[in-house]
Design a protein around this ligand. Structure first.
Ligand SMILES: Cc1cc2nc3c(=O)[nH]c(=O)nc-3n(C[C@H](O)[C@H](O)[C@H](O)COP(=O)(O)O)c2cc1C
Length: 368
């Protein structure tokens, strides 16, 4: 099962399965001398951790990260950083029923058809448990970004959960860390909570949309034509389990706009160009403009539900299947820290690629 590595200059390889003894990431390309330790990385894992509210799976993984190499006396040495997270709350018996049957909406059938052999416990390698390793790798990326680009911030939040939509007029960034939905509107939390309670009690699940805002990114990151910043961000988000659509800036809504409405006009400010709008989502020609970069994606409803679903088994028999186990009624919630981690890895990868190619030099504006 190859292709487990993400990135170019800043790379990580994740390893491990949902019900194995541990999983983790090997991170390579970290510049030396960056302050980073387990506590720093842990704060990101704690945001993704299951069992922190009634709105996420009740699995109780501690998700404690250990750094096995590449950090000495609290600083990166420039050698591979090995990160390990032990699996402590597996209940493999929950998955006995699916050893020979294919859960609808899961990768059981495609893994079986492709490999002929799979660790069915908890979905094995296809389980979103793998995203814990990405969040740990993203923690390293965040440490490097804080060191090299302290003005940068990466903020993920929910913008939709089924019928519930964020009212952008009420956007309040300070609310995001104060509620279990990563919702930037504290006044809507109880309505979202009641809605998801109803979904869960009716043995159902629901989809979501998440947005990641990258602010303070300098102009010039992104390498045309096959390593565009938007290409890499979209691929990074699409690689997250259950993601079915990705948009940058206006995204699909651009199809309804005219050229006069959509073009981001420019004026000259005291310190360089000023854009009068940001329909492009902070990226032109695959290269960052210096504006906020807005990436949005949709997440499908959790496939594991206790309502019986029609499926087939390995013998080709038609069956009805209830997926037992402890599942997230809306996986969009825990996808938020995963998306932030992927965004951090992409931006850092591009920062390092840009330094390698241009040395950070920029074309001047306002000089002849
Ligand atoms: C953070 C996170 C947690 C998830 N938890 C669950 C879960 O509890 N139950 C489930 O059915 N799917 C869950 N998923 C989604 C599945 O992993 C995913 O739908 C499945 O592996 C099939 O892959 P695909 O939807 O990308 O095609 C989760 C996804 C994410 C991002």
């Amino acid at each position: 099962m190859s292709y487990n590595t993400f990135g170019r200059e800043f790379r990580f390889t994740t390893w491990g399965e949902s019900h194995g003894p541990a999983l983790g990431a090997t991170v390579d390309g970290t510049p030396p001398g960056v302050p980073v330790d387990e506590d720093f990385i842990q704060q990101f894992l704690d945001r993704r951790r299951p069992g922190t509210s009634k709105h996420t799976t009740q699995r109780k993984e501690a998700d404690r990260v250990r750094i096995l190499s590449g950090v000495f006396e609290g600083r990166s040495t420039g050698t591979p950083i090995q990160l390990m997270i032990e699996n402590t709350d597996q209940r493999s018996k929950d998955y006995g029923d699916i050893a020979t049957s294919f859960r609808p909406g899961h990768a059981d059938i495609t893994y079986h058809q492709k490999y002929g052999l799979r660790d069915y416990r908890g979905g094995g390698r296809s389980s979103a448990r793998e995203t814990a390793a990405r969040v740990a790798a993203g923690g390293v990326a965040q440490a490097v970004l804080a060191h090299l680009l302290p003005t940068l911030s990466i903020t993920g939040y929910m913008v939709q959960m089924g019928e519930m939509r964020l009212n952008r007029d009420r956007f309040d960034a300070t609310a995001i860390s104060e509620n279990p939905f990563f919702l930037p509107d504290s006044t809507a939390v109880s309505a979202w909570s009641d809605y998801l309670d109803g979904i869960r009690k009716s043995q159902n699940s629901v989809g979501a949309a998440v947005e990641v805002l990258i602010a303070g990114c300098p102009p010039g990151l992104g390498a045309p034509v096959y390593a565009k910043l938007d290409t890499d961000l979209a691929a990074a988000m699409m690689s997250i389990n259950a993601v079915k659509g990705v948009e940058i800036g206006e995204g699909m809504a651009a199809a309804a706009l005219t050229g006069t409405a959509n073009a981001d006009e420019m004026r000259m400010g005291p310190d360089g160009p000023i854009f009068l709008s940001n329909h492009a989502g902070g990226i032109l020609g695959g290269i960052s403009t210096g504006q906020d970069i807005a990436v949005r994606f949709s997440v499908k409803p959790t496939s594991s539900i206790t309502t019986p679903r029609k499926t087939i088994n390995r013998m080709g028999e038609e069956i009805d299947l209830i997926t037992k186990g402890r599942h997230d009624p809306c996986v969009g919630i825990r996808a938020v820290p995963v998306a932030e981690a992927m965004a951090a890895c992409v931006v850092l990868d591009h920062l390092l690629m840009d330094r390698a190619q241009t040395g950070g030099k920029r074309g001047a504006i306002g000089e002849m």
